[in-house]
Design a protein around this ligand. Sequence first.
Ligand SMILES: C[S@@+](CC[C@H](N)C(=O)[O-])C[C@H]1O[C@@H](n2cnc3c(N)ncnc32)[C@H](O)[C@@H]1O
Length: 219
Amino acid sequence: MSGQGRPEGGLTLLPASVEAYLQALPAPADPLFAELEARAAERGFPIVGPLVGRLLELCARLVQAHRILELGSGFGYSALWLARGLERDGTLLCVDVSPENAALAGEAFRRAGIADKVRFEVDDALALLDRTSGLFDLIFNDIDKEQYPAAFPKILPRLRRGGLLLTDNLLWQGRVATEEPAAASTRAVREYTRLLYASPELLTIIVPLRDGVGVSLRR
Ligand SMILES: C[S@@+](CC[C@H](N)C(=O)[O-])C[C@H]1O[C@@H](n2cnc3c(N)ncnc32)[C@H](O)[C@@H]1O
């Protein structure tokens, strides 16, 4: 972890001093994570960062994940965190529309020694959901925000009972609370959040870390 006090992508709703405090907490350093965090900062690419990464790993361990699905994997940073939480014989299926991201992610997975556990598909996440079978212990959703509402009915049936759906950016830089008239992305995040909270099959809370992470347990 970088732990240098600067939120990756510059995106956090926490007061800067609190964010810096959290990022400075002692945790084992990992040069690969630090390198990918630096790449994200250089390119202005929005990765989840180390604080949310830790939450991903923790959730995967909580559900003893054998099968994880990640929607919107970017160049593999959040996938590396999820993979850390996988059970020994577990597998991680990643999808992203970008072949360039897939190539970078493949290199990161090789370097982390997890290439045999991860499959990366270059496709639209909604199309992948349609053509993939079986249930997942954990699904992490981080695709284009305007696609969140359409993704919801495809994601829910793929989550096992007792499994977790994690969703990034549910506070959308605070815009969900205040933006009027709201942009399409803000309306989509609000609608998706309404669907999460209204579903009798889910118990959802938004953890106000970084840009807000939805944690939904399938009952
Ligand atoms: C915020 S970035 C992901 C960052 C990554 N989860 C991380 O934290 O390391 C969102 C990614 O989703 C991909 N994406 C957006 N909409 C998508 C869709 N419908 N299907 C697949 N990938 C999508 C983009 O190409 C981009 O790489």
